[in-house]
Structures are given as structure tokens and as C-alpha cells.
Design a protein around this ligand. Structure first.
Ligand SMILES: [Zn+2]
Length: 114
């Protein structure tokens, strides 16, 4: 990966971290609604609980992805960035653009069942 490409990937990761952070804030405010917005209606309460569990799941996943992106961001200046940890081949740039936190190429991912 050239220095210019690394610079480009830094920007891509920064942007994704920004988007994800906003998403996490949104989910957080959905999980913890302001007082007064709650309802005493029993049916509404059940669907609220169901929504909560979906939100928690999304919140958890978004948090994990944020960590992976931050990790990738710190590694971007090292020679390991963009190299598959399994076969040590370069991960295609097109794939990295979509998932800059990728640590494996597609065939290794499939083989490892990730
Ligand atoms: Zn690989």
C-alpha cells in the first residue's frame, strides 16, 4: 500500500468512525428515552421492550465495530495494515474500502468461517 493510499484510508476510517459514533449516540438515546416519553400502556410497553432488545443488539455490534475501526486506524501506519493475517497476502483495496477494519482476505474469512 502506498503512502497516498494509506492517507486515503485514514480519511475513510475517520469518516466511518464519525458515522458510527453518531449512530451509537442515536441508539443510546433510543435505549434511554427522555422521561415523560415512556408509556403506561401495556401493549406499547411490550413492543417497547422488544425494540429495546434490538437496540441493545445494534448498540453492542456498533460498539464492537467502532473498536475494530479504531484499532485499524492505529495500525494503518504499520506494514501489517491491509495484509491478511492468515495467508499474508494483500487484502484487495476494494474490500478494504468497504470494510477498512478487515484483517483477513475473503477466501481466508470463508475458510476460517468468520
Ligand atoms: Zn488470506
Amino acid at each position: 500500500m502506498t503512502a497516498l493510499e494509506k492517507k486515503e484510508f485514514k480519511q475513510i476510517i475517520e469518516k466511518q468512525i464519525g458515522t458510527l459514533s453518531r449512530e451509537i449516540e442515536e441508539i443510546r438515546s433510543a435505549i434511554y428515552p427522555n422521561k415523560g416519553e415512556g408509556t403506561s400502556d401495556k401493549v406499547a410497553h411490550i413492543s417497547f421492550k422488544q425494540e429495546q432488545s434490538i437496540h441493545f443488539q445494534r448498540y453492542d455490534e456498533a460498539g464492537k465495530r467502532l473498536n475494530r475501526l479504531k484499532h485499524a486506524y492505529m495500525k494503518i501506519d504499520t506494514p501489517e495494515y491491509g495484509i491478511c493475517q492468515e495467508c499474508e497476502e494483500e487484502i484487495p483495496l476494494e474490500r478494504l474500502k468497504l470494510l477498512p477494519e478487515s484483517q483477513y482476505c475473503v477466501s481466508c474469512m470463508n475458510e476460517l468461517g468468520l
